[in-house]
Design a protein around this ligand. Structure first.
Ligand code: SF4
Length: 363
């Protein structure tokens, strides 16, 4: 039952109707994973967990861009910030993510020039305003944000803004789904697929994954009725033993996705292996800047090494991102780790599972 009209998105009667159908259909214990941090927050904020039957467990997956950024990448960002004549530009969530021995916030307090921007074009403007400095944008995120970063790189190339570069730590969702299915002790009966990412890549981008694993998959939007609708479709598929790749967000997601954005991504980036927090290297799950745009690739222009994956002592973010643990199962949760004094990225980010549990979950 995809939701089509704006006044239906948060309609209490439609939500109640969907919840009743889920209760009536759900006869076995199942575990569904939402692979999007925005879904995680929306599920908590709207109280969806509280109206689902006990048979349905919702797991939060590797869908928060800051959270999946590997420790080695965070350390590389900090290393870049320490270089001479550099201005780092970044979205705000990255500032407080702890590296192995510092954070961007600490580096800024120590005098490094690190600026929060709201778009990559703001970062490009900083480069135009400061031709005597090197402006580096920290490229973190999924297929959703990568096209705007590609557009900024293309614009910098066209305008010869040679002091603008990006360090690309982008991640791709479909390979992460494959990696999750290969992990030990991860039991997932169905996926709530990310809405924003799917707007760009389209429903059919998941087809190879679906064909390989034959596991129920439904793309969902972000309003309560969107998510309940996706859950109801998943529960029905599981009960009827008819796995499908379905779209509960047809008002935004098409089969082919945004082909212009896909073309732009292909022009600027090529697919590369990437390291994910909690999972490690996933083949062909990242984007690196093509050689033709090497002048805008901070990884090539600066003496910086992306070290091996490490974990923060005592932090269970890796296990949480793969569905092995929930935040209350981390010994530091609500004790040494809170949103005001976070230990790991899952508590820093507004889309992090630990932050969402802290804010909305009664435990
Ligand atoms: Fe890491 Fe804090 Fe979450 Fe524990 S509660 S997993 S320390 S972010």
């Amino acid at each position: 039952m995809p939701i089509k009209h704006s006044d239906e998105y948060r309609d209490a009667e439609i939500s109640k109707h969907l919840a009743n159908r889920i209760h009536a259909t759900s006869t076995q214990n199942i575990r569904l994973m939402e692979v999007c941090g925005t879904h995680t927050v929306s599920i908590f904020r709207s109280g969806i967990r509280s109206i689902l039957p006990d048979t349905i467990a919702l797991l939060s997956g590797p869908g928060c861009p800051v959270c999946v950024t590997d420790q080695g990448e965070i350390d590389a960002f900090i290393e870049l910030a320490r270089q001479d004549d550099v201005i780092i530009t970044t979205f705000g969530d990255l500032m407080r993510v702890p590296g192995s021995n510092s954070s961007l916030q600490n580096e800024r307090a120590a005098g490094q020039d690190i600026r929060m921007v709201y778009s990559t074009f703001d970062a490009l403007q900083v480069a135009k305003d400061h031709p005597d400095k090197q402006i580096i944008f920290l490229g973190v995120g999924f297929e959703t944000t990568a096209p705007t970063i590609a557009a900024a790189i293309k614009s910098a190339a066209q305008d010869n803004v040679d002091n603008f570069s990006v360090i690309s730590a982008h991640k791709l969702v479909p390979p992460a789904l494959e990696a999750l299915m290969g992990l030990e002790n991860v039991e997932i009966d169905g996926f709530i697929l990310p809405g924003h990412v799917s707007v760009i890549i389209g429903l059919e981008a998941y087809r190879p994954f679906f064909d390989r694993y034959n596991i129920p998959c439904v793309v969902a939007g972000f309003e309560p009725t969107d998510i309940l609708s996706a859950i109801q479709m998943l529960v029905t598929q599981i009960k009827d033993k008819t796995p499908r790749l379905d779209n509960a967000y047809p008002r935004a997601v098409t089969n082919k996705g945004n082909t212009k954005a896909q073309d732009l991504l292909k022009e600027i980036f090529e697919i590369a292996d990437a390291c994910w927090r909690g999972i490690g290297i996933i083949p062909a799950s990242g984007l690196q800047i093509r050689d033709a745009f090497a002048v805008h690739d901070a990884a090539k222009r600066f003496d910086v090494s992306v070290g091996s994956s490490k974990s923060l002592k005592g932090c269970a973010c890796g296990e949480i991102l793969t569905g092995h643990k929930t935040p209350p199962e981390c010994a530091l949760y609500k004790k040494a780790c809170t949103p005001t004094d976070p230990v790991g990225p899952c508590m820093v980010s507004t889309e992090g599972t630990c932050a969402a549990y802290f804010r909305y979950h009664a435990d």
